[in-house]
Design a protein around this ligand. Structure first.
Ligand SMILES: Nc1nc2c(ncn2[C@@H]2O[C@H](COP(=O)(O)OP(=O)(O)OP(=O)(O)O)[C@@H](O)[C@H]2O)c(=O)[nH]1
Ligand SMILES: [Mg+2]
Length: 302
């Protein structure tokens, strides 16, 4: 079961499964110098690459991140907003599996193992959920919870989906799934829909109407370790609403509406399976840049 973060507790060691395909972790950062060390220190062993996509931080985020892990790949985003940062990070990722996680310490990197397990078990796209068995949040306000629940129900009805937590940005997917998400291209300076916090809703709707197996795993969201949120509930809530309306008219969404509900693979909510701390690696964990980490692809998902 996911647990609330205890910042004082030293990092536990979690390990990706033996023979795991290459996992790229994409971390959008905007002035997270005080938080990013906590995240980097708690990543499971066996990650192939860590991509920090920085949004012109002025607090030394990138330098601090490099001092913790000198092998991080730093990507500068092309426009502004978390959505654009993620699109830039996904474009740079070289792994077969991509994980997106925030830099503020609100998401426990140890949970990556349960996301990856679910992908290896046959899912194409795995969403974290704070609102299914075992998940939780100490961070969400009453207004955000209500807004999220309303938007979540709307998306489930309009797109025949079964999400339990629409606006949560802890996800993992096979790299082959990125093309179905059709995020705004990193090229160009003109702001795009999907560049901001509405990106998670956009991704989730597109995953739901694509021929992808979507599953959820429970996740615990803690308060950000320090600093202020970049999210504005009203402004960003409206952007989410606009995305929900816009996506309704896409050919993929129309096709899903026309098909019987039984034709869609239902989103399954699963409690995250946490690894016990300090599991010894089942095999020596290769250096992140070591080609030995390139292992066999998992059948079925390709
Ligand atoms: N590169 C980049 N990262 C961003 C931008 N805006 C937010 N982020 C990062 O995206 C992640 C989520 O942003 P937060 O401000 O924590 O938003 P939130 O989690 O929805 O809000 P809280 O729950 O209040 O923390 C964090 O890692 C931020 O540093 C941006 O414009 N560019
Ligand atoms: Mg946050």
């Amino acid at each position: 079961m996911p647990k609330p973060r205890d910042a004082a507790t030293p990092a536990s060691v979690t390990v990706l499964p033996a023979d795991c395909p290459r996992v790229s972790v994409v971390i959008p950062t905007k002035n997270e110098a005080r938080n990013i060390p906590w995240v980097l220190e708690r990543l499971p062993l066996g990650i192939f690459e860590v991509i920090v996509v920085d949004g012109a931080s002025v607090d030394g985020t990138v330098e601090v991140a490099r001092s913790i892990r000198d092998d991080i790949v730093v990507v500068e985003q092309t426009r502004s907003g978390k959505g654009n940062a993620l699109a830039c990070g996904f474009a740079a990722a070289r792994g077969e599996i991509i994980v997106m996680i925030d830099a503020d310490g609100s998401m426990d990197p140890a949970e990556i193992v349960s996301f990856v397990d679910e992908l290896l078990a046959g899912a194409d796209y795995v969403k974290g959920t704070r609102f299914s068995l075992g998940g939780g949040s100490s961070d969400i306000t009453r207004i955000r919870r209500a807004g999220n629940a309303a938007l979540n129900s709307l998306v489930n009805v309009l797109y025949k989906a079964s999400f339990t937590d629409l606006c949560y940005g802890y996800n993992a997917f096979w790299a082959h799934a990125v093309k179905h998400l059709e995020l705004p291209t990193p090229e160009g300076r003109e702001p795009q829909t999907g560049d901001g916090f509405e990106v998670e809703t956009m991704m989730n709707i597109r995953a739901a109407v694509a021929p992808l197996v979507v599953r959820e795993v429970a996740s615990y969201e803690s308060d950000r370790l320090s600093g202020a949120s970049n999210l504005n509930a009203v402004r960003d809530g409206l952007r989410v609403l606009r995305v929900i309306a816009k996506e309704y008219r896409t050919p993929a969404a129309r096709a899903v509406r026309a098909a019987p509900r039984s034709a869609r693979p239902a989103t399954r909510s699963l409690p995250a399976m946490r690894r016990e701390p300090a599991i010894p690696p089942r095999r020596p964990v290769a250096e992140p840049s070591d080609p030995a980490t390139v292992t066999t692809r998992v059948g079925g998902a390709w």
